[in-house]
Design a protein around this ligand. Structure first.
Ligand SMILES: Nc1ncnc2c1ncn2[C@@H]1O[C@H](COP(=O)(O)OP(=O)(O)OP(=O)(O)O)[C@@H](O)[C@H]1O
Ligand SMILES: [Mg+2]
Length: 264
């Protein structure tokens, strides 16, 4: 049997659900609603890469570089030091900032150029990339998502990147984002949430991981100071608990219909 090289996600419980980790070179979509742990997973993935001496690049469009470093420090992860030691480059796409590692406009080709420049700077070898989030790059062109995802994936695998690409559920254009990235992606890690008895519960489900005998059971997760994200017990909820409200679903369907009409 072929033994694939797998990269630990940095979350031991999650590795257990995917035969030890993400196959090298894979492009994995991380999707879900706000506040579910997507960014925190990305932080663990990069921290593990730093530990394993991979070349690490973190593109952040949602939060500033400082915010990511601060969030990581709450879990005992020192990304600032990794940047200083040239193990990690954080590319900030929040605009308005003129530095070598800032993106001045949200364009897929510009993103790829910057990521490749960062890889060159870090040097030859196994690399990890986080794009948090990908959605930002096609906010105004949702119908292009799939084509863009394909280009991004092709270029990145050439540069030996294993990638986590976050995509959000923006209600209005909703599935247009997910739609583009999810078919192209080699794997999908879906985060979900529900409120039961007045308490917020968060979950992760491995919806897809090519070449992997992955778990098909949704697991509850927790986020704790000093620890970060951990996988808890299998979820004991019904589909209805995590389903989107009917009004939202209706909007998604009509957005999808519009997107199909617009497809060139
Ligand atoms: N120090 C901490 N201790 C406990 N929980 C924390 C801590 N820091 C963050 N969290 C939890 O993690 C959540 C944020 O998770 P994260 O940033 O990964 O969400 P996300 O899925 O990336 O959301 P978005 O789509 O909005 O970016 C917070 O809302 C909070 O519940
Ligand atoms: Mg986030």
């Amino acid at each position: 049997m072929v033994q694939l090289e797998r990269l630990s996600t940095g979350v031991a419980g999650l590795d257990n659900l995917i035969e030890g980790g993400i196959p090298r070179g894979f492009f994995v979509a991380v999707t879900g609603e706000p506040g579910c742990g997507k960014t925190i997973l990305c932080i663990h993935f990069i921290a593990k890469g730093v530990e394993e001496e991979d070349r690490c690049v973190y593109v952040t469009t949602e939060e500033s570089r400082e915010s990511i470093i601060r969030q990581a420090s709450m879990f005992g992860i020192d990304l600032g030091k990794a940047v200083e030691k040239r193990r990690l480059i954080i590319v900030d796409a929040l605009m308005g900032e003129e530095s070598r590692w800032s993106l001045n406009y949200l364009d897929v080709e510009h993103l790829l150029e910057k990521v490749v420049e960062a890889k060159r700077e870090l040097g030859y070898g196994r690399a990890r990339l986080v794009i948090d989030s990908m959605s930002a790059f096609w906010l105004d062109r949702p119908v292009m998502a799939r084509r863009y995802s394909y280009t991004v994936k092709k270029v990145l695998s050439k540069w030996d990147f294993t990638t986590l690409a976050v995509s959000q559920y923006a209600i209005t254009t909703s599935e247009a984002f997910g739609f583009g990235i999810e078919h192209v992606a080699d794997g999908i890690l879906r985060f979900r949430r529900s409120i039961r008895g007045g308490v917020l519960h968060r979950y992760v489900l491995v919806e897809k991981m090519r070449q992997t005998n992955h778990s098909t059971v949704m697991h509850e997760i927790s986020v704790e100071p000093g620890v970060g994200l951990t996988i808890q017990k299998p979820a004991t909820i019904t589909r209805e608990d995590v389903a989107l409200p009917p009004a939202v679903r209706r909007r998604i369907v009509s957005a999808r219909r519009r997107a199909e009409e617009e497809t060139p």
